[in-house]
Design a protein around this ligand. Sequence first.
Ligand SMILES: [Zn+2]
Length: 381
Amino acid sequence: MLTGPFCLGPQPAHIGQVVPTLDADAWAGPDARWHPRSGTPTSGKVKRPCREQPARPAPLHRPGDRPHTGGNKVIRPDWTPAPGIAEHPPRTRTKTYFRRRTVVMTDRPLTLMAVHAHPDDEATGTGGILARYAAEGIRTVLVTCTDGGCGDGPGGVKPGDPGHDPATVASMRRQELEASCEVLKISDLEMLDYADSGMIGWPSNDAPGSFWQTPVEEGAARLAELMRHYRPDVVVTYDENGFYGHPDHIQAHRITMAALEMTDLTPKVYWTTMPHSMMRRFGEIMREFHEDMPEPDPAEAAAMAEIGLPDDEIATWVDTTAFSGQKFDALAAHASQGENIVFLKMGKERFGELMGMETFVRVQDSTGAALPENDLFAGLR
Ligand SMILES: [Zn+2]
């Protein structure tokens, strides 16, 4: 599960809940501040303990791929890159960047890498930018960290209910993810294939091999390998609270920031966010289309109000309205997940009105591009 930045999950009561003590050794506390680049806490406990992990399947590569060991490359045999994007195209660009003022002669395409927790997060969280930048000839790389095995199963069977088999769910969601990637014209899909940790407080949080139980250093090392391979100019992931507190989203944030620190190659880094005005509109539409949705209690409502940022604190607004149809279709590819149904009930037009603008917090920039900005690649082209 499930959809970021909303990622409602099957238990709405968890919306907005701050992760408390999933792992006392790992969690630095709700007030801990995280280093914006390293993803490590600046107060509280610093390191997650290393735990023994089960062996993971070897990465798959297509013939001719430059070898890398970070992810499990998932490209269907009939996959073709977006128009104008060769898989490993010749270098064509000259640009000066990097924090160390290194002059780098690059001859590769501009590249966007989005790091998400579950199949379907790419659609709601960043479907607009992925479609838009692919259409502009930018290489788009999606890294999906977990298998989504804690999502809804075929026929809507919920996790924990009889008949819910995480392996079957993961297989189904992988196919849905590939279909979504095709809609969004994503150039490269990489799956880290960690086991979905489930919502806050689920026993799966503590399961060996779950993403939440994976040491940050291990996940970051695999992601760093992908970053060295693709050399993204822009990396997008979640904020330090995973936007709303899902353990896998928090872990995706942590490994991403640690991998960026390891590689020191990426000029611009963003976290997804949502303006409070849009969150309010989203709440209204949710109630309109989800009639049996209970009114949130005051604590829940207060937590919801904390999600996202005040409008005037957001400096990066990317208009993806022209691509909201693709975003809708990508989400439709994940229709097995109950929480996506409400989006689909809206219809494309309403969906585009609500979800056409994607907003971000710029947390790293070595281009000097002025804020506010309306393009993640401002200063890079
Ligand atoms: Zn998710």
